[in-house]
Design a protein around this ligand. Structure first.
Ligand SMILES: Cc1cc2nc3c(=O)[nH]c(=O)nc-3n(C[C@H](O)[C@H](O)[C@H](O)COP(=O)(O)O)c2cc1C
Length: 184
């Protein structure tokens, strides 16, 4: 698939068919994600690949809808994906290089992980798959579900599968309306 087509057809996919995703496809996506640029080349991330239905449902139970983390509704649709990848971050890697004060480790961590996750999302399109960046989760609860050590934090849940239907095109403001030249 052409790069232009990958960029222009990527959508958040929230419904999947029953068709499986192979381990090779998952590994390919993680290779592409791991190839992303990263401050100081630290790559402060790791991945957890989940296929068990019970674990996918436990992950979904740690999510919420909207921006209220106490909202009772969860994003249970994600448990229907054949594979769920959870990207986790290791701020200690950043602190070990840059210290605790100079650059806020968490800020750099999320910038790094954003670049890495975009590679994953675009790679999914290139493989004919769909995914969605999910950050609406209760961090402590998800960490417990995944058995994360204290120094590892969950960054994104990435359900992965074959889209059940094409994603909906969300509106964007024209680039011209957010473009400045020389100064703001
Ligand atoms: C940091 C971040 C967090 C997001 N969290 C969620 C989420 O918790 N649940 C969800 O369904 N979509 C989530 N999204 C997806 C956005 O809703 C989606 O990207 C946006 O509506 C634009 O649609 P598109 O991805 O189809 O272009 C998230 C996206 C980003 C970048």
């Amino acid at each position: 698939m052409e790069f232009k087509q990958v960029i222009e057809t990527r959508r958040s996919i929230r419904a999947f068919t029953d068709r499986d995703v192979s381990d090779e496809q998952v590994l390919q996506l993680l290779e592409w994600a791991h190839a992303a640029p990263s401050g100081g080349n630290l790559r402060p991330w790791e991945y957890i690949v989940v296929r068990s239905q019970a674990q996918k449902e436990a992950i979904a139970a740690a999510t919420f809808c909207g921006n209220d983390d106490r909202a009772p509704a969860t994003q249970k649709w994600l448990a229907a994906a054949p594979v769920v990848v959870v990207a986790v971050g290791l701020p200690a890697k950043i602190e070990a290089r840059y210290g605790k004060t100079c650059i806020p480790a968490q800020a750099l961590l999320y910038q790094d992980c954003g670049a890495m996750i975009e590679n994953f999302l675009l790679g999914a399109v290139a493989l004919g798959l769909g995914s969605c960046y999910i950050a609406g989760f209760r961090e402590k609860e998800l960490s417990q579900t995944l058995g994360l050590p204290e120094e590892v934090i969950p960054v994104a849940i990435l359900p992965l599968g074959h889209p059940a239907q094409p994603g909906v095109e969300r509106p964007r403001s024209p680039v011209g309306s957010i473009l400045h030249h020389e100064t703001y």
